[in-house]
Design a protein around this ligand. Structure first.
Ligand code: HEC
Ligand code: HEC
Length: 203
């Protein structure tokens, strides 16, 4: 028997696939994103997400330099309400697929953000060991820059990394697939803190 939650998840997923397919088709039909147009549309986003020379607010992910395909996917998830973000409710509703593609083009072309917090050698080493053991670099690449639909996580804000890794673990965040939920299953708070610290402080 399917539980109501499981049924809802399957329905959401089916809907998401349709929405994503529409976006991809749109991407091909309407050409790739235009960073200049994206900059205008993203004007309101910079306050929270930052931009070159401007830090994202505490707890907010930096989007600058993020993988374009990953951004397109998350923007669709967010617009369709399949990823809940307090503070962003409805913000993306006015954007059509081409707008989201433009915003993704804009942010992915911006100079990447670098976490500025202080580095702790011991936690860094602990995080490095966990990352090696769990092969985080196999998908995110050894430099953690990400590729296509897999996000850049190198030098991301540490507080955001902690929060979002816990959200995957606790099944409060599901994305394009459930790889991250499975990977974070039963990882302790201490290990998550070490991983986030390590990833946020790469050189
Ligand atoms: C009031 C602050 C705020 C504003 C304004 C805002 N966001 Fe966000 N956004 C957030 C927060 C907080 C998260 C992460 C939440 C979470 O995962 O729990 C987020 C997540 C995202 C993500 C996912 C990033 C990732 O690495 O997973 C994208 C993409 C995004 N926002 C795009 C936008 C765009 C485009 C705009 C402007 C149209 C915008 N946001 C405006 C607060 C904001
Ligand atoms: C099998 C491939 C794979 C492996 C291995 C993997 N990831 Fe991921 N990761 C992904 C994908 C795909 C996403 C985007 C999922 C989504 O849509 O939410 C992601 C998302 C993330 C995010 C969210 C970034 C953001 O901006 O929102 C973080 C943080 C992350 N991974 C960290 C890790 C860590 C730490 C490890 C090792 C413990 C790891 N990943 C291992 C595929 C992988």
């Amino acid at each position: 028997m399917l539980t109501p939650t499981a049924a809802r998840r399957i329905l959401r997923r089916a809907f998401f696939c349709v929405a994503l397919a529409a976006t991809c088709t749109a991407a091909v039909a309407q050409s790739r994103g235009d960073p200049m147009r994206g900059a205008e549309k993203a004007a309101a986003c910079v306050a929270c997400h930052g931009l070159e020379g401007r830090e994202p607010l505490p707890g907010m992910p930096a989007l600058a330099g993020q993988q374009r395909e990953f951004l397109e996917t998350q923007l669709v998830l967010l617009r369709e309400g399949m990823r809940d973000v307090p503070g962003m409710d409805g913000l993306l509703r006015k954007f059509n697929d081409q707008d989201l593609i433009d915003i993704a083009a804009f942010y992915s072309a911006a100079k990447p953000f670098t976490e500025t917090g202080k580095r702790d050698a011991q936690r860094h080493a602990a995080g490095a060991a966990i990352s090696r053991a769990r092969a985080c670099g196999s998908c995110h690449l050894p430099g953690y820059t990400g590729q296509r639909g897999i996000p850049r996580i190198v030098n991301q804000r540490e507080d955001y990394l902690v929060a979002t890794l816990k959200a995957y673990r606790d099944d409060r965040r599901t994305g394009f697939d459930t790889n991250m939920n499975a990977l974070m299953y039963q990882v302790s708070d201490t290990d998550i803190a070490a991983l986030a610290h390590y990833l946020a402080h790469q050189n």
